[in-house]
Design a protein around this ligand. Structure first.
Ligand code: G16
Length: 539
């Protein structure tokens, strides 16, 4: 056991979901070690504690896990449970933290960001409830990292993480577990596997694009081995350190192979994709793309069709930029709907308090109280369970849903790698203009309110400010702007656009939203500040 003197890095500030940087930043001497020591400091030390450790298998995952194990041992941890090969999907890690009653877990992932030596890496801590550390803890991490002078590490050979079983570093137990088994068992408790299996036997076809990321083995085991989907249903199913060069972000832009197949002549009945660490999902029907906000609404309206939710749901929550489609379902069902800032960590208290059962975000995240992370495969299985019970096509389900609740046309436009000072200037100018906006007319729509979203947690009363600018119109349309907290280069401007319609339910979202898009560009002066006229990614 050694104490290493170090110099603090001043940039170790966790963002929306942990610390994300270029892989080479993490690979420089002491960088990872400093942050791991800061994690232990922020939770009152590691002595006597049990943790789960695993990551999405991207480049540097294997090295980082060995470092974390040696540091956990030197900091006095009692036990670390590791996924085989150092790999765990984020929802599987959340499940293990909860099932094994541990003190938390360290998850290595930069989620949907590309992987590789020249791409991105990330690390985050999840609490004993299985959910991402709240802001109070991530602020303590930043504080500790900013003032760090030394860290503790054991000098050992690498631990064999490929063999399931138990070993030891200086008195700390290292338990290597099957990465898939416990998660798959949990899914069997929530969904009617017999009904889904019968649907596949009856000729139902599906494509699941794992995008060479962590979900491949989970999806193959559950969809093909346990549910009887045809071999080959899962594509890009072997996880690779660089995700095979794919950008594992399940949206129409990056999951374009899946989109092309689903919009083609021989499309399967159902399609889905997942991201780097398995917490995101995109679902697609034959010839029809389902926006994440609409998917959340459909899942809320139909969750009772799956055994795990047959007793009904307690309430729903969505991040503020997510469309209000799920609010309409909640209102019709007499349920409370909560609006939180962006970041799954904000759902934790609501889930722990039993106030909500389902949560979702426009950023392709959907989940429930079965874990404390969003869960890509879970969402796919809930869709499959609903399809197996309703015996309708995805398109028919969506048409019925819109006819009943109306349609919240929705889109997100991303402007990536803008110079940070330009993006900041734009947001500052927009914030400064908010007070003068109500009453103004833009593109034939009257602004009814404009603010910078602030959230008071209904459970612990903690307050989070400056969570995104909202401009609301009298006709129910809405513009939201915020800067992403997950990027590693420059700034990414996210522009969220929404317009509610009770008729004309079949339009192209970009056409339905055209006046809202024009209004957003005028009000925020996007081109003037950033030089950008067109978004890089549209979802
Ligand atoms: C993370 C968070 C999500 C958030 C998303 C996008 O997801 O867990 O709650 O919606 O980032 O955040 P931003 O708009 O700040 O980039 P993931 O899948 O990247 O861990």
């Amino acid at each position: 056991m050694t104490t290493i003197q170090t110099v603090a890095f001043k940039d170790q500030k966790p963002g929306t979901s942990g610390l994300r940087k270029k892989t080479r930043v993490f690979m420089q001497p002491h960088y990872l070690e400093n942050f791991v020591q800061a994690i232990f400091a922020s939770i009152g030390g590691a002595k006597g504690k049990t943790f789960v450790v695993g990551g999405d298998g991207r480049f540097f995952n294997d090295r980082a896990v060995q470092v974390i194990l040696r540091m956990a041992a030197a900091n006095g941890a009692a036990r670390v449970i590791v996924g085989q090969g150092g790999v765990l999907s984020t929802p599987a890690a959340s499940n293990l933290i909860r099932q094994r009653g541990t003190d938390g877990g360290i998850i290595l992932s930069a989620s949907h960001n590309p992987g590789g030596e020249d791409e991105d890496f990330g690390i985050k801590f999840n609490m004993a409830n299985g959910g991402p550390a709240p802001e109070s803890v991530t602020e303590a991490m930043y504080e500790a990292a900013s003032n760090l002078t030394h860290y503790e590490i054991a000098e050992t050979q690498d631990i064999d993480l490929n063999t399931i079983g138990q070993s030891d570093i200086g008195g700390m137990a290292v338990e290597v577990v099957d990465s898939v088994a416990d998660y798959a068992a949990l899914m069997e408790t929530l969904f009617d596997f017999d009904a889904i299996r019968a649907m596949f036997t009856g000729g139902f076809t599906m494509r699941f694009d794992a995008m060479c990321a962590v979900t491949g083995p989970y999806a193959t085991e559950i969809l093909e081995n346990r549910l009887g989907a045809a071999p080959g249903t899962v594509t890009h199913g072997t996880p690779l350190p660089d995700f095979g060069g794919m950008h594992p972000d399940p949206n129409p832009t990056w999951a374009h192979e899946l989109m092309a197949e689903m919009m083609g002549d021989d499309a399967p009945d159902f399609g889905a994709a997942s991201d780097g660490d398995g917490d995101r999902n995109m679902v697609v029907g034959r010839g029809i793309y389902i926006s994440p906000s609409d998917s959340l609404a459909v899942l809320a309206a139909n969750a009772h069709l799956a055994p795990g939710y047959a007793k009904g749901i307690a309430g729903v929550a969505r991040s503020m930029p997510t469309s209000a489609a799920v609010d309409r379902v909640a209102a019709a069902m007499g349920l409370q709907s909560y609006e939180t800032p962006t970041g799954w960590k904000f759902f934790g208290n609501l889930l722990d308090a039993g106030k909500v059962t389902l949560c979702g975000e426009e950023s392709f995240g959907t989940g429930s109280d079965h874990v404390r992370e969003k869960d890509g495969l879970w969402a796919v299985l809930l869709w499959l369970n609903i399809l197996a019970v309703r015996r309708q096509s995805v398109a028919a389900i969506m048409a019925e849903h819109f006819a009943k609740y109306g349609r919240n046309y929705y889109s997100r436009h991303d402007f990536e790698t803008i110079e940070s000072d330009k993006a900041d200037s734009m947001m500052t100018a927009l914030r400064d203009s908010l007070a003068s906006l109500p009453g103004q007319e833009v593109e034939g729509m009257t602004i009814s309110a404009a603010d910078d979203f602030a959230y008071t947690d209904p459970v612990d009363a903690s307050v989070s400010k400056k969570q995104g600018v909202r401009i609301l119109f009298a006709d129910g349309s809405r513009i939201v702007l915020r800067l992403s907290g997950t990027g590693t280069q420059g700034a990414t401007l996210r522009l969220y656009l929404e317009r509610y319609a009770e008729t004309g339910l079949d339009s192209d979202p970009q056409e339905a939203l055209a006046p809202v898009i024009r209004a957003a560009h005028k009000l925020a002066r996007i081109t003037e500040f950033t030089g950008r006229t067109e978004p890089d990614v549209v979802t």
